[in-house]
Design a binder for this molecule. Structure first.
Ligand code: C5P
Length: 405
């Protein structure tokens, strides 16, 4: 079993993050990571003053993108502020100093960041951070009011001990609040923040000998889509994966396994602290009673392959469903016939809250990007329309949330 946290598939939305010169600038690094975990691309613009607090290399390393600072720094792009302004799906200023606030409120464009803000048509989110007296100064209050009237979204500064020694309002808001406000502008919910979601995905592989194995058909796409969606919605995600040809989603704790026994062990551990368990893996039902340490011989006379003894694998969903407590448990039923009847039996036998049922067979579900399913719970059966596995992942998470106490 191996564990890791890795990078993901290409994000579709871009947040341009403006970092201004303030002691809280180091927190922008956490903001970058949290936005990336939500599946968002981040490009950073720093003011000259911000570079005194955090080295641009930090943001360059985190974003794998050039960090823009001066209006004329990019010789390949003489109107850099316009291209950055157009790339932004959301413009976020965090931390935003009193000075930048005043410039934006008055349409002043005298550096790359303020010029880009003036040039963008994207929604603007501002998280101010400054000394309490600067924050309470009528000039700042007036500027904030002006910007709010123009539709700029504010993530209010918090109260507490400030870097200058004063105590009061002016601390940069919590990273989670800033990220939530930003993602809300992109239509991404954060309703799983603080929740631990455990997901099994892909097939398991049961070795017969060093060359041969028993497995199930599974691309792992559904489980990976659920993991990606859960991370985007703020969850801590553990994805326990059999061998698949997919990239790990951003910000997800990966546990790579081969056999059903390994998957069970990893799932038991992750389930301890899980709020939601989603069992999307296509676990092999059987394994050889003994895995040979040499390649077994075939052939009529001395075949070692005939009569391989098979034993049943543990049922991971059933084992953990039996001790679910308050956790929400979601299982799958991929059936070739009598789909709903078989799914109903699994709902009860495996102690699940929800079974996601679908018809499988020629060209259906396996490895495809779309799926048409039913949700069965102990009250009702709901038929969902054909949808992408990404949309289905969100629907499964929303359904799970209905059961979370
Ligand atoms: O019994 P069947 O394999 O059709 O049940 C499917 C559901 O049970 C899926 O959610 C699958 O991940 C789970 N399962 C499991 N361990 C097994 C077999 C199935 O967790 N050994």
């Amino acid at each position: 079993m191996t564990t890791s946290t890795q990078a993901s598939s290409a994000p579709t939305k871009t947040v341009v993050l403006g970092v201004t010169g303030c002691i809280a600038a180091y927190k922008s690094a956490e903001i970058v990571r949290a936005l990336q975990k939500a599946g968002v691309r981040v490009k950073v613009i720093m003011t000259e003053h911000a570079t005194h607090f955090v080295d641009p290399v930090t943001f360059r390393a985190l974003t794998h993108e050039k960090v823009a600072i001066g209006l004329f720094d990019d010789p390949t792009d003489p109107i850099h502020h316009i291209s950055l302004a157009q790339e932004a799906d959301v413009m976020l200023l965090a931390p935003c100093t009193a000075n930048m606030l005043a410039k934006v409120a008055n349409g002043i464009a005298d550096d790359l960041l303020s010029t880009t803000v003036l040039a963008t048509t994207a929604p603007i989110v501002v998280a101010p951070a400054m000394n309490v007296h600067m924050y309470e100064n009528p000039a700042t209050r007036y500027n904030i009011g002006k910007l709010q009237i123009r539709g700029v979204h504010f993530v209010e500064a918090g109260t507490g001990y400030l870097a200058c020694g004063d105590v009061g309002k002016g601390r940069l808001a919590d990273v989670e609040d800033i990220v939530s406000a930003t993602l809300a502008q992109l239509g991404i919910k954060r309703d799983l923040a603080g929740k631990h979601v455990m997901i099994t995905a892909g097939p398991t592989v049961e070795p017969i000998d060093p060359v041969r194995y028993i497995t199930n058909r599974s691309s792992g796409k559904t489980g990976y889509a659920i993991a990606r969606a859960a991370a985007a919605r703020g969850a801590d995600v553990t994805l326990i994966s059999g061998p698949v040809a997919l990239q790990a989603p951003e910000g997800v704790s990966m546990v790579y396994v081969q056999t059903a026994d390994e998957m069970l062990a990893a799932a038991e551990e992750a389930f301890e602290s899980a709020d939601i368990g989603i069992f999307a893996a296509a676990v092999a039902d059987m394994k050889p009673a003994h895995s040979a340490d040499h390649k077994l011989k075939k052939g009529a006379d001395d075949s070692e392959l005939s009569g391989i003894e098979l034993v049943e694998n543990p049922d991971i969903l059933e084992t953990l469903g039996a001790k679910k407590g308050d956790r929400v448990v979601v299982g799958f039923a991929a059936e070739t016939d009598n789909v709903l009847e078989n799914a109903q039996k699994k709902l009860i036998a495996k102690h699940a809250d929800v079974i996601v049922a679908n018809q499988v067979g020629e060209g259906m579900a396996f490895g495809t990007d779309d799926n048409e399913v039913w949700f069965l719970d102990h009250e009702e059966t709901e038929a969902l329309p054909l949808m992408s596995k990404a949309r289905l992942a969100d629907a499964i998470l929303s359904k799970s949330l209905d059961f979370l106490l």
